[in-house]
Unconditional design. Structure first.
Length: 150
C-alpha cells in the first residue's frame, strides 16, 4: 500500500476515534477536612482523557515544562483545617474518572512520584459530579476517608 493510499484509512480511523469520544463537562465542588495529626497534600487528578492542566496528576506535572521543581502540585491542608474548591470543571470521557488525590504530609513533587496507588500514604478518592464533602483521617498508620454526603 502506498503512503497516499494510507491517507483515507488514517482519516477514517481519526474520525472513528473522534466520533467515539463521548466527552462531557462536569462540575465538582470539594470540601476536604484534614482530621489526621499531620498535614496532607490534596489535589485533583483524572485517570484518562482529555488532558486538562487543573486535573494533571503529579506524574503528568513532572513531565511538563517548566521543570518539576518550578511547578508544584496540590495544596497542603494543615491538621484540623478544611480546603474547599467550588465549581471546578472537568471534561470526562465515559471511561475517565475524576479523583481527589491525597498524600500524607506535604511531600515534594519528587516524593509524590514515589508514593504509588494503594500506599498507606496515599488516597485516590473517586469524585462525584456536584458536591463532595470528605474527611481524611489516619488510622493504624494508613490514610482513610469518609464521605459526609451520600
Amino acid at each position: 500500500m502506498t503512503p497516499r493510499a494510507l491517507i483515507p484509512s488514517i482519516l477514517g480511523l481519526a474520525m472513528l476515534v473522534a466520533g467515539g469520544c463521548n466527552t462531557k463537562t462536569y462540575n465538582f465542588s470539594v470540601a476536604v477536612k484534614n482530621e489526621s495529626s499531620e498535614p496532607v497534600m490534596v489535589g485533583f487528578a483524572k485517570d484518562g482523557p482529555p488532558f486538562e492542566n487543573n486535573w494533571a496528576t503529579p506524574e503528568q506535572v513532572a513531565r511538563m515544562m517548566p521543570r518539576p521543581d518550578e511547578r508544584g502540585w496540590g495544596i497542603p491542608v494543615a491538621p484540623g483545617k478544611v480546603a474547599e474548591v467550588e465549581n471546578e470543571k472537568a471534561q470526562l470521557e465515559r471511561s475517565t474518572t475524576a479523583y481527589l488525590r491525597v498524600y500524607a504530609t506535604a511531600p515534594s513533587l519528587d516524593s509524590m512520584l514515589a508514593i504509588s496507588s494503594g500506599s498507606p500514604n496515599r488516597l485516590d478518592i473517586p469524585l462525584r459530579p456536584g458536591e463532595n464533602k470528605i474527611v481524611v483521617t489516619r488510622e493504624g498508620g494508613q490514610l482513610k476517608f469518609q464521605r459526609l454526603n451520600p
